[in-house]
Design a protein around this ligand. Structure first.
Ligand SMILES: Nc1ncnc2c1ncn2[C@@H]1O[C@H](COP(=O)(O)OP(=O)(O)OP(=O)(O)O)[C@@H](O)[C@H]1O
Length: 207
Protein backbone atom coordinates (compact mmCIF):
# COMPACT_ATOMS: atom_id res chain seq x y z
CA UNK A 1 0.00 0.00 0.00
CA UNK A 2 1.43 3.38 -1.00
CA UNK A 3 0.44 6.79 -2.28
CA UNK A 4 2.87 8.43 -4.67
CA UNK A 5 2.35 11.94 -6.03
CA UNK A 6 4.71 13.12 -8.75
CA UNK A 7 4.91 16.74 -9.88
CA UNK A 8 1.22 17.50 -9.86
CA UNK A 9 -0.10 20.97 -10.60
CA UNK A 10 -3.72 22.04 -10.16
CA UNK A 11 -5.84 24.82 -11.60
CA UNK A 12 -9.25 26.08 -10.56
CA UNK A 13 -11.33 28.26 -12.84
CA UNK A 14 -8.25 28.56 -15.05
CA UNK A 15 -6.01 29.84 -12.25
CA UNK A 16 -2.97 27.91 -11.02
CA UNK A 17 -3.37 26.90 -7.35
CA UNK A 18 -0.15 24.92 -6.79
CA UNK A 19 2.65 23.54 -8.95
CA UNK A 20 5.12 20.66 -9.03
CA UNK A 21 3.96 19.07 -5.82
CA UNK A 22 5.39 15.63 -5.01
CA UNK A 23 5.44 13.26 -2.07
CA UNK A 24 5.59 9.54 -1.37
CA UNK A 25 3.71 7.88 1.47
CA UNK A 26 3.98 4.27 2.57
CA UNK A 27 2.25 2.08 5.13
CA UNK A 28 1.96 3.85 8.47
CA UNK A 29 2.61 7.39 7.17
CA UNK A 30 0.52 10.40 8.22
CA UNK A 31 0.94 13.64 6.25
CA UNK A 32 -0.47 16.94 7.57
CA UNK A 33 -1.13 19.68 5.00
CA UNK A 34 -0.45 23.19 6.24
CA UNK A 35 -0.99 26.57 4.62
CA UNK A 36 -3.18 29.65 4.83
CA UNK A 37 -6.76 29.90 3.56
CA UNK A 38 -6.84 29.47 -0.19
CA UNK A 39 -3.42 27.84 -0.48
CA UNK A 40 -4.93 24.67 -2.01
CA UNK A 41 -5.26 22.08 0.77
CA UNK A 42 -8.84 21.17 -0.18
CA UNK A 43 -7.92 21.23 -3.87
CA UNK A 44 -5.06 18.80 -3.24
CA UNK A 45 -7.21 16.43 -1.16
CA UNK A 46 -9.97 16.45 -3.78
CA UNK A 47 -7.38 15.79 -6.48
CA UNK A 48 -6.00 12.80 -4.54
CA UNK A 49 -9.58 11.57 -4.10
CA UNK A 50 -10.19 11.76 -7.86
CA UNK A 51 -12.86 14.46 -7.49
CA UNK A 52 -10.78 17.13 -9.26
CA UNK A 53 -8.29 16.57 -12.10
CA UNK A 54 -4.66 17.58 -11.92
CA UNK A 55 -3.33 19.68 -14.80
CA UNK A 56 0.03 17.88 -14.84
CA UNK A 57 1.80 15.07 -13.04
CA UNK A 58 0.84 11.61 -11.83
CA UNK A 59 -0.82 10.06 -8.81
CA UNK A 60 -0.16 6.39 -8.09
CA UNK A 61 -2.33 4.50 -5.61
CA UNK A 62 -5.18 1.99 -5.49
CA UNK A 63 -8.31 4.17 -5.88
CA UNK A 64 -10.43 1.49 -4.21
CA UNK A 65 -8.44 2.06 -1.01
CA UNK A 66 -9.27 5.77 -0.77
CA UNK A 67 -11.78 7.16 1.69
CA UNK A 68 -12.37 10.93 1.58
CA UNK A 69 -14.01 13.04 4.28
CA UNK A 70 -14.50 16.61 3.08
CA UNK A 71 -16.12 19.69 4.57
CA UNK A 72 -19.53 18.28 3.76
CA UNK A 73 -20.03 15.16 5.80
CA UNK A 74 -22.00 13.15 3.19
CA UNK A 75 -24.92 12.80 5.61
CA UNK A 76 -28.43 12.18 4.40
CA UNK A 77 -30.69 14.61 6.25
CA UNK A 78 -33.78 12.41 6.29
CA UNK A 79 -32.09 9.22 7.45
CA UNK A 80 -31.28 8.53 11.08
CA UNK A 81 -27.71 8.26 12.31
CA UNK A 82 -27.93 4.47 12.24
CA UNK A 83 -29.57 4.47 8.79
CA UNK A 84 -26.85 6.77 7.45
CA UNK A 85 -24.14 4.40 8.65
CA UNK A 86 -26.08 1.33 7.54
CA UNK A 87 -26.25 2.82 4.05
CA UNK A 88 -22.47 3.16 3.89
CA UNK A 89 -21.98 -0.22 5.54
CA UNK A 90 -24.00 -1.66 2.65
CA UNK A 91 -21.93 0.17 0.05
CA UNK A 92 -18.64 -1.00 1.58
CA UNK A 93 -19.83 -4.38 2.80
CA UNK A 94 -18.86 -3.44 6.36
CA UNK A 95 -20.21 -5.21 9.44
CA UNK A 96 -18.77 -3.35 12.38
CA UNK A 97 -21.47 -0.70 12.63
CA UNK A 98 -22.00 -0.83 16.42
CA UNK A 99 -18.28 -0.65 17.21
CA UNK A 100 -17.86 2.40 14.99
CA UNK A 101 -20.95 4.07 16.48
CA UNK A 102 -19.70 3.61 20.02
CA UNK A 103 -16.21 4.86 19.09
CA UNK A 104 -17.69 8.25 18.18
CA UNK A 105 -20.38 8.29 20.90
CA UNK A 106 -23.16 7.94 18.36
CA UNK A 107 -25.21 5.22 20.08
CA UNK A 108 -27.36 7.72 21.97
CA UNK A 109 -28.00 9.58 18.71
CA UNK A 110 -28.78 6.42 16.70
CA UNK A 111 -32.41 7.35 15.98
CA UNK A 112 -31.86 11.07 15.38
CA UNK A 113 -32.29 12.32 11.82
CA UNK A 114 -29.23 13.72 10.08
CA UNK A 115 -30.90 17.11 9.72
CA UNK A 116 -31.27 17.47 13.51
CA UNK A 117 -27.60 16.97 14.39
CA UNK A 118 -25.30 19.72 15.62
CA UNK A 119 -22.20 20.57 13.57
CA UNK A 120 -19.94 18.51 15.85
CA UNK A 121 -22.36 15.57 15.87
CA UNK A 122 -22.48 15.69 12.08
CA UNK A 123 -18.71 15.68 11.93
CA UNK A 124 -18.56 12.67 14.26
CA UNK A 125 -20.99 10.82 12.00
CA UNK A 126 -18.95 11.80 8.93
CA UNK A 127 -15.74 10.45 10.51
CA UNK A 128 -17.53 7.28 11.64
CA UNK A 129 -18.64 6.76 8.03
CA UNK A 130 -15.06 7.04 6.86
CA UNK A 131 -13.75 4.58 9.42
CA UNK A 132 -16.51 2.13 8.53
CA UNK A 133 -15.26 1.89 4.96
CA UNK A 134 -12.12 0.01 6.02
CA UNK A 135 -10.15 1.75 3.26
CA UNK A 136 -6.39 2.01 3.79
CA UNK A 137 -5.88 5.59 2.61
CA UNK A 138 -7.76 8.26 4.55
CA UNK A 139 -8.04 11.78 3.11
CA UNK A 140 -9.46 14.25 5.61
CA UNK A 141 -10.20 17.94 5.17
CA UNK A 142 -9.99 19.78 8.50
CA UNK A 143 -11.40 16.72 10.28
CA UNK A 144 -11.62 18.24 13.75
CA UNK A 145 -13.61 21.32 12.73
CA UNK A 146 -16.57 21.58 15.12
CA UNK A 147 -15.35 18.74 17.34
CA UNK A 148 -15.04 19.37 21.08
CA UNK A 149 -11.71 18.57 22.76
CA UNK A 150 -12.82 15.12 23.89
CA UNK A 151 -13.89 14.00 20.41
CA UNK A 152 -10.88 15.64 18.76
CA UNK A 153 -8.74 13.41 21.00
CA UNK A 154 -10.81 10.34 20.01
CA UNK A 155 -10.24 11.24 16.39
CA UNK A 156 -6.48 11.71 16.92
CA UNK A 157 -6.35 8.25 18.50
CA UNK A 158 -8.24 6.76 15.53
CA UNK A 159 -5.72 8.25 13.10
CA UNK A 160 -2.80 7.07 15.22
CA UNK A 161 -4.21 3.52 15.31
CA UNK A 162 -5.02 3.56 11.59
CA UNK A 163 -1.39 4.40 10.79
CA UNK A 164 0.00 2.00 13.41
CA UNK A 165 -2.04 -0.72 11.68
CA UNK A 166 -0.35 0.10 8.36
CA UNK A 167 -2.83 2.64 6.95
CA UNK A 168 -1.98 5.98 5.34
CA UNK A 169 -3.55 9.34 6.25
CA UNK A 170 -3.40 12.75 4.58
CA UNK A 171 -5.19 15.53 6.39
CA UNK A 172 -5.39 19.29 6.42
CA UNK A 173 -5.52 21.23 9.64
CA UNK A 174 -4.93 24.72 10.95
CA UNK A 175 -4.27 23.40 14.46
CA UNK A 176 -1.96 20.82 16.03
CA UNK A 177 -3.94 17.60 16.38
CA UNK A 178 -1.28 15.94 18.57
CA UNK A 179 -0.89 12.95 16.27
CA UNK A 180 2.57 11.39 16.81
CA UNK A 181 5.12 10.87 14.00
CA UNK A 182 3.42 13.01 11.37
CA UNK A 183 5.10 14.51 8.33
CA UNK A 184 4.20 18.05 7.27
CA UNK A 185 3.71 19.51 3.80
CA UNK A 186 3.54 23.30 3.55
CA UNK A 187 1.42 24.36 0.55
CA UNK A 188 3.38 27.63 0.42
CA UNK A 189 6.32 25.64 -0.98
CA UNK A 190 4.27 24.82 -4.08
CA UNK A 191 2.55 28.14 -4.72
CA UNK A 192 2.75 29.29 -8.36
CA UNK A 193 5.66 31.69 -8.82
CA UNK A 194 6.38 31.30 -5.12
CA UNK A 195 3.37 33.32 -4.01
CA UNK A 196 0.06 32.52 -2.37
CA UNK A 197 -3.07 34.55 -2.88
CA UNK A 198 -3.84 36.26 0.42
CA UNK A 199 -6.83 38.28 1.41
CA UNK A 200 -6.18 41.93 0.38
CA UNK A 201 -8.05 43.00 3.51
CA UNK A 202 -5.41 41.27 5.65
CA UNK A 203 -2.67 42.91 3.59
CA UNK A 204 -4.12 46.31 4.41
CA UNK A 205 -4.37 47.25 0.74
CA UNK A 206 -7.95 48.57 0.91
CA UNK A 207 -8.28 52.30 0.57
N1 LIG B 1 -15.21 25.92 -6.92
C1 LIG B 1 -14.16 26.73 -7.11
N2 LIG B 1 -14.03 27.40 -8.25
C2 LIG B 1 -12.98 28.23 -8.48
N3 LIG B 1 -12.00 28.45 -7.58
C3 LIG B 1 -12.11 27.80 -6.41
C4 LIG B 1 -13.18 26.92 -6.12
N4 LIG B 1 -13.01 26.45 -4.87
C5 LIG B 1 -11.87 27.00 -4.41
N5 LIG B 1 -11.33 27.81 -5.33
C6 LIG B 1 -10.10 28.60 -5.20
O1 LIG B 1 -9.00 27.69 -5.17
C7 LIG B 1 -8.00 28.18 -4.26
C8 LIG B 1 -7.66 27.06 -3.29
O2 LIG B 1 -8.80 26.80 -2.49
P1 LIG B 1 -8.81 25.61 -1.44
O3 LIG B 1 -10.20 25.49 -0.93
O4 LIG B 1 -8.16 24.43 -2.04
O5 LIG B 1 -7.84 26.21 -0.29
P2 LIG B 1 -7.60 25.73 1.20
O6 LIG B 1 -6.12 25.79 1.44
O7 LIG B 1 -8.26 24.42 1.44
O8 LIG B 1 -8.32 26.86 2.03
P3 LIG B 1 -8.98 26.87 3.51
O9 LIG B 1 -7.84 26.84 4.49
O10 LIG B 1 -9.71 28.18 3.52
O11 LIG B 1 -9.92 25.69 3.62
C9 LIG B 1 -8.58 29.42 -3.59
O12 LIG B 1 -8.02 30.57 -4.22
C10 LIG B 1 -10.05 29.34 -3.87
O13 LIG B 1 -10.62 30.63 -3.97
Amino acid sequence: MSLSVQNISCHRAGRAIFENLSFDLNKGDCLVLRGPNGSGKTTLLKTLAGILPSATGEIHCDPAQISYAGHLDAIKAQLSVRENLAFWAGVYNARDLDRVMSKFDLATLADRYGQTLSAGQRRRLGLARMILTDCQIWLLDEPTNSLDAEHAAVFAKSITKHCADGGIAVLSSHIDLHIPNTQTLDMADFAPSGTIETDPFLQGSFS
